[in-house]
Write a protein that binds this ligand. Sequence first.
Ligand code: GLY
Ligand code: MN
Ligand code: MN
Length: 460
Amino acid sequence: MPKHAYSLPTILKNRRVKLESLISNPVILWSGKAISRNFPANKYPFRPSSHFLYFAGLPLENAVIRLFKGILELFFDDPPTKASLWHGELPTRKEVASLIGADEAYPLKELNSKTQEAATIAVQDPVTYQQQCQLLQRTIQPSNQLTGIDLDLATAIVQLRLQQDQAAIAELRKSIAVSVTAHQAGMKATATAKTEAEIRGAMEGVIMAHDMTCAYNSIVTVQGEVLHNEQYHNALKSGDLLLADVGAENALGWAADITRTWPVSGKFSSTQRAIYDLVLAAHDNCIAQMQPGVEYREIHLLAARIIAEGLVDLGILRGNPTDLVDRDAHALFFPHGIGHLLGLDVHDMEDLGDLAGYETGRTRSDRFGLGYLRLDRTLRSGMVVTIEPGFYQVRGILHNHDLRSKYDDVVNWERLTQFADVRGIRIEDDVLITDSGTEVLTADLPTAAADIEDLVMDQK
Ligand code: GLY
Ligand code: MN
Ligand code: MN
């Protein structure tokens, strides 16, 4: 079992007491089960439900907790004797109950008689989801169709998980520290690597060597304009930019989410450098403006304005930057949101649809320049969010007939051809909102172009 610098049962108890003050029904949370590949004994790596992890603290498979009237019950089967042949000694129900601070512990089948009036959250794996519905004798609505007591529970959980406690921040720091080392290793490996896959191997190797896993599928690509590119076969060529979006998840499930973009040759071309510095200006200015009380949506629009302004200065866009943003022209090159919540999930609580990301009464815009904004809340102390502006030349956007004609008057297409060596640039950091402003949790990994070049050239 992982070791902690603080008392895990005490932290978990605090979270559960807070949850109980917000909801009167019994709460039942399932951890879920590993999914098999090809045949039952060959499992994909198991990852528990984040809501279970938040209140139970340990990555247990096929476990359930029930919380009601200040009593925490654990439902978990002792490992069968024959399991030790294949898996070694596994913790018993009693040991697990003591680690998480459970008041009572029972075999799983005892849960059958304790499900009345219970609120829950749907898990992702289909086998457990079926069991949840059977035991509660109703259909549990997934994500954005939540209603009734499940919606009350989800709302209460969002209220707690939006602002991270000290234990959560301590865990996030661990994942972030390893992710920073992984990015440094990726940059250093570039001098000799021949393919994207080799850089990915160098980066994920660091994460594995620290006994962590990836919080999401790594993006390590010379085609940075493919936003969630998960292919790694391309050769690295001098003149390419490499975009690496790689983050670790630690033993208790806390995620990091970092992107850096660097030149394969170790030196940005003048066009790459111009756009890189523009994306960095958006990144820095956004972080400088963040503090409790500020609207995250305004931070997104600030990034959009800075990018529009910079593209006007570079002769790629024409017009007044504010008007360009009002027309969503920035989204031709910056089509996603400025970031999202970060915590136990890389897009924290996105299993609940926009319940966590959007303040009550707010809904997603259908505007081209706002539709992918994942967070529209007033910033509060304790929130951890990403800031990840970018510039991309996406064929599907820039060669889309309708978009091209809509924005023909504001884009200098000929000037844009001079920036053909800039396919995709993103700079992404993880930011804690503090009482007075921000702490950039990922600050140990440089962002300045010259520092990035030095790291790639292995001069630091
Ligand atoms: N790594 C996915 C994202 O940045 O949102
Ligand atoms: Mn992100
Ligand atoms: Mn990312």
